[in-house]
Design a protein around this ligand. Structure first.
Ligand code: GLY
Ligand code: MN
Ligand code: MN
Length: 488
């Protein structure tokens, strides 16, 4: 990558706004060049833009938020770039709260809901187009010449359906403003500093909790996005099956890279670090190092999800026999997990307690473990009472899914894990069995086998829909699918 023109001393860059810098501070920039760069550029302002597809939905979400916090100023930042090293940054991902309420994903953006009458007036604060007069567009590392054209404030207004203002004026305005205010924390240190003496952790937490709970039930736009995420993810899994021989010749990284290609071509990114766990790595729940060998005869546990361009992610796991056929023991363990998942999915319906699918799946797994003689002489009820099955089932059976892979994480216990399911909720059902390579309490042949099957289940009016059903799950169907895909 090219290096930016930098001032002679870093201090000068931090302390002086660009418009006050002298051209002489930039090595190699003559007064003539600086003057020359100011003009000769076409007016590219766009007019008559259509609103983004979810504009009506984001307006509804803001209306609901407004009703929950009458008379209070609400500040929801998108977040800033984070340094990866020196002058390179991590790719930017807008905060879930900001994207949910605006449909926008611009770095440094801030949504402010200002109390007005019975409700609120929303304004989105954004960086405007780069100034050509002061050289910002080509001399600043975040100028449009370096990072690409931004929308003008007027274009952003048309697209988002929200009045837009210059974000560079926001911190000072927030400092001056009076009246109750709440902010979403953790994304924008500058905004937080401006509000430091006006907010309390407790009141900000109530805003965070509200925004988590508001996302428990998905609207039609969100359901369509989750569907899209699952479809792209299914294609990513198929991509992986096609190249298993190349992964065998290299490593789990080949699988990670293959899935990532699909995520970047069809979506924004992967929704979380892909778990590409071959052989005994499958027993490590969040194996994301992905640097191990891929061997015929072993299983591949692939847990991966495409995040759509609007930031909704799938979260799907398939455990695949690398050579295309389960061994008898692999199949026995796989089929047990499949049976548990079937029981879990069957428990997903409106009105059911959220915990029911977990209990149903755990019961099946406990029954299998007892049947296989792994729980001594304890019966299933005793095993469940003591939770002993958890040595091998390890984790909860699922979670809400949406813009965050573990969505709605700040929701209160009574509305989430101790609540009831409602149409429009979307959750994963993902039981697993994991026999660690060093677990001396199981027969040797079990050791190093890990199986998880994970699907994304939408609660419907009369039951559920498996959004990731296009990927086979039953062991014989997995084998037939792999054979078909490998043949092309
Ligand atoms: N991929 C993380 C999870 O399944 O929860
Ligand atoms: Mn999951
Ligand atoms: Mn997962």
């Amino acid at each position: 990558m090219a290096e930016q023109l930098t001032p002679e001393t870093p201090e000068e860059s931090e302390e002086q706004p660009i418009k006050q810098r002298k051209n002489g501070l930039y090595p190699g920039v003559s007064d003539e060049l600086a003057e020359n760069m100011k003009s000769g550029w076409a007016d590219t302002e766009l007019h008559g833009l259509e609103p983004i597809a979810q504009a009506a939905h984001t307006a509804d979400r803001r209306t609901a938020l407004s009703a929950r916090f009458p008379g209070e100023r609400l500040v929801i930042p998108a977040g800033n770039l984070k340094t990866r090293s020196n002058d390179t940054e991590y790719s930017f991902r807008a905060s879930t709260e900001y994207a949910y309420l605006t449909g926008d994903q611009t770095q440094d953006g801030v949504l402010v809901l200002e109390p007005r009458g019975d409700g609120h007036e929303a304004t989105v604060y954004l960086l405007p187009r780069s100034d050509r007069e002061n050289g910002e567009f080509w001399l600043d590392g975040q100028g449009e010449l370096w990072v690409g054209r931004r929308h003008s404030l007027s274009e952003a207004e048309q697209l988002l359906g929200i009045p837009a203002k210059d974000v560079r004026e926001l911190a000072a305005a927030l400092k001056e403003a009076t009246g109750p205010v709440r902010a979403v924390r953790g994304h924008d240190a500058g905004i937080e500093a401006a509000l430091a003496d006006k907010v309390t952790a407790e009141r900000d937490e109530e805003l965070r909790v509200y925004l988590s709970e508001a996302r428990l039930v998905k609207d039609a736009f969100e359901v369509a996005e989750l569907r899209k995420a699952c479809e792209a993810t299914a294609r990513g899994f198929e991509d992986v099956v096609k190249v298993l021989d190349k992964a065998e010749a290299t490593s789990e990284r080949y699988i990670e890279g293959t899935f990532f290609l699909r995520a970047r071509v069809e979506g924004n990114d992967i929704g979380y670090g892909s778990i590409c766990a071959a052989g005994p790595h499958a027993t490590t729940l969040h194996w994301v190092r992905n640097d191990g060998a891929v061997r015929a005869g072993e299983l591949l546990l692939l847990d991966a999800g495409v995040e759509t361009n609007e930031l909704y992610t799938a979260d799907v796991t398939r455990t695949l026999p690398i050579n295309g056929t389960f061994s008898p023991l692999q199949r026995k363990i796989y089929d047990a997990v499949y049976e548990a998942q079937e029981a879990g999915i069957a428990a997903v319906r409106p009105g059911a307690p959220y915990r029911a699918f977990h209990d149903a799946a755990q019961r099946v797994l406990a029954e299998k473990l007892v049947e296989w003689g792994l729980c001594g002489d304890l019966d299933v009820e005793k095993v469940l009472e003591l939770g002993l099955q958890r040595r091998w089932t390890l984790h909860g059976t699922g979670h809400m899914l949406g813009m965050d892979v573990h969505d709605c994480a700040a929701a209160r216990t009574e509305t989430y894990v101790a609540g009831d399911l409602e149409p429009g909720m979307c959750l994963t059902v993902e039981p697993g069995l994991y026999f660690q390579a060093d677990d001396l309490t199981v027969p040797e042949e079990y050791r190093g086998i890990g199986v998880r099957i994970e699907d994304d289940i939408l609660v419907t009016e009369d039951g559920n829909e498996n959004l990731s059903a296009s990927l086979p799950r039953r062991s014989d169907e997995v084998e037939a699918w792999m054979a078909r895909v490998k043949q092309g």
